[in-house]
Design a protein around this ligand. Structure first.
Ligand code: PAF
Length: 287
């Protein structure tokens, strides 16, 4: 595996792969890799000739007061894991190269970026879209792989790629969970033992929501009330939001019919965690 740290070197490697007719899979990450990321690497290896994994803690997607400085970083460990998975290139650019002095250009996906996580992180998705579009230009992937835990991010990146005519297939892969159900996240590393236990409130409230819907409750307000009650009962947890939305366009659903995404963000102590579940109920037949 090659470690590439300059944009120029990454662009010329991509150009060589393209000239040789090889397909490129890209797995964008912020490092501190876990099984969720590695499952994306495996999917890319199956689907593309060459797999590039970017490891870049993207400053533009962190708001003031967020955890940019403390975000876990361990490039040596990441490189070891990626080598073991057979990734071809680890792309690790410096922030000064991705955002040089005088940098002024940002990508926004209107409306979608303001909902759910965007309500409490107003510049987050503009940062995500900007860096992902830059990575698309630099790496020129045929396919790019993202996890479904960041369901809103997935919807927004799909929209951006379509709206801006980027020739890339966006692949969204399942959430990978610990044996007790907690969704894997690099931010789980912040949790104390007690907080780790409390964090299961995300998994449990979503499980309960799914069961409630599958048993016939189709009013989102009733489902959300249950989630709020459960989170309120956990002393270390504070709800940021809970929502039931259309999985394609993130529009809030008052009545659940067909597919719905139930998404939550919860602060466990100072750590903000997200999770979601998709439910599918039969659509009522029109008479
Ligand atoms: O999902 C993430 O880890 C990041 O938002 C991404 C897509 C790598 C962009 O920095």
């Amino acid at each position: 595996m090659r470690i590439v740290t300059s944009v120029r070197a990454m662009k010329s490697a991509a150009a060589r792969f393209k000239a040789a007719g090889r397909t490129i899979g890209l797995v964008p990450t912020m490092g501190s890799l876990h099984e969720g990321h590695l499952s994306l690497v495996r999917a890319s290896k199956k689907a593309a000739d060459v797999t590039v994994v970017s490891v870049f803690v993207n400053p533009s997607q962190f708001g003031p007061g967020e955890d940019l400085k403390t975000y876990p970083r361990d490039l040596k460990r990441d490189a070891r894991l990626l080598r073991a998975e057979g990734a071809d290139i680890l792309f690790h650019p410096r922030p000064e190269e991705m955002y040089p002095r005088g940098y002024r250009t940002y990508v926004e996906v209107h409306d979608l970026q303001n909902r759910l996580c965007g309500a409490s992180r107003p510049t987050h998705f503009r940062g995500v879209c900007t860096v992902v579009l830059k990575l698309f230009h630099i790496v020129r992937p045929d396919r790019a792989f993202f996890g479904r835990k960041d369901a809103q991010q997935a919807v927004i990146i799909r929209r951006m790629a379509e709206d801006l005519d980027v020739d890339v297939r966006i692949e969204i892969r399942p959430i990978i969970r610990d044996s007790d159900g907690l969704a894997l996240s690099s931010r789980n590393a912040y949790l104390s033992a007690e907080e780790r236990r409390a964090a299961l409130v995300l998994t449990r409230s979503l499980k309960e929501a799914k069961m409630t819907i599958e048993r016939g409750e189709n009013r989102s307000a009733a489902v959300l009330a249950r989630i709020r009650r459960r989170v309120a009962a956990e002393p270390l947890a504070r709800l940021d939001y809970a929502a039931v939305v259309d999985p394609e366009d993130l529009e809030p659903l008052a009545v659940i019919q067909g597919r719905a995404l139930v998404a939550v963000a919860v602060f466990i102590g100072r750590t903000r965690l997200i999770d979601n579940v998709t439910v599918e109920t039969a659509k009522k037949k029109r008479r």
